[in-house]
Design a protein around this ligand. Structure first.
Ligand SMILES: *[C@@H]1O[C@H](CO)[C@@H](O)[C@H](O)[C@H]1NC(C)=O
Ligand SMILES: *[C@@H]1O[C@H](CO)[C@@H](O)[C@H](O)[C@H]1NC(C)=O
Ligand SMILES: *[C@@H]1O[C@H](CO)[C@@H](O)[C@H](O)[C@H]1NC(C)=O
Ligand SMILES: *[C@@H]1O[C@H](CO)[C@@H](O)[C@H](O)[C@H]1NC(C)=O
Length: 190
């Protein structure tokens, strides 16, 4: 209200302007930002063999070693199979009993591109695991995956056969991420 008194003085219009800018900025700063939009990346079905490690805590907690031996993934821009070359070396924190995944495995797209994937993330209160997904590939077609920020929701305990367990991972990335790659140096190795 005190600032309004400036209006009575013709010489203080600059101060008035500053006050308005300042108030506008305070208003902007206190408004909750819009959450980012996500794009659906894929749904994966992941086949795992039983944990190989002891359930006794080691130096970092209770380490698991769960072989990832197969499965598939399917989405609007990439689909294919999961190769038998990975595992989840997740840890249970003995202080909270919360398990966190820590995986490395390989995807092969239907058109033959190899993609290395690393995921990590804790079990959420609702029983699903919340994952961060990081992709690495040299494929020019899928190179944009190197530069996406992706998340996933893992559901375990799907019906399966033999000693395999079956998981489902629904994955998304920021809608404003890259979805194609423009190579600036076509002679560089890809
Ligand atoms: C992917 O795997 C799931 C679970 O095994 C299966 O039900 C589904 O048919 C598979 N999809 C494809 C495209 O192979
Ligand atoms: C799971 O079963 C397959 C096929 O029967 C076998 O080759 C594999 O060794 C088993 N893995 C474990 C960890 O029991
Ligand atoms: C790819 O990204 C561009 C730029 O963000 C966007 O305009 C376009 O719709 C996207 N294409 C697809 C297939 O998502
Ligand atoms: C393109 O990449 C090649 C191979 O890495 C390098 O020798 C060359 O200097 C690069 N050219 C430019 C313009 O950056």
């Amino acid at each position: 209200m005190r600032m309004l008194s400036f209006t009575r003085n013709g010489a203080t219009t600059a101060l008035q302007f500053l006050a308005i800018v300042l108030l506008a900025q305070i208003g902007m700063a206190t408004k909750t930002p819009e959450p980012p939009k996500l794009s659906f990346l894929y749904t994966a079905y992941v086949e795992c063999e039983p944990n190989l490690m002891s359930t006794i805590a080691g130096p970092h907690g209770i380490r698991k070693s769960i072989p990832i031996v197969g499965g598939n993934f399917s989405g609007p821009h990439l689909s294919g199979k999961i190769l038998n070359v990975g595992a989840d070396w997740g840890l249970t924190d003995p202080r909270t009993n919360v398990f966190s995944a820590d995986t490395r495995y390989n995807l092969r797209t239907d058109d033959g591109a190899d993609i290395f994937i690393q995921t990590s993330g804790p079990k959420a209160p609702d029983g699903h695991l919340h994952l961060r997904l990081v992709f690495e590939t040299a494929s020019p077609k899928y190179y944009w995956l190197n530069n996406v920020v992706a998340i996933g929701i893992l559901t375990s305990g799907l019906p399966s056969t033999g000693n395999l367990s079956l998981l489902r991972i629904d994955a998304w990335n920021f809608a404003s991420d890259w979805n194609a790659t423009q190579f600036v140096n076509s002679t560089a190795a890809v």
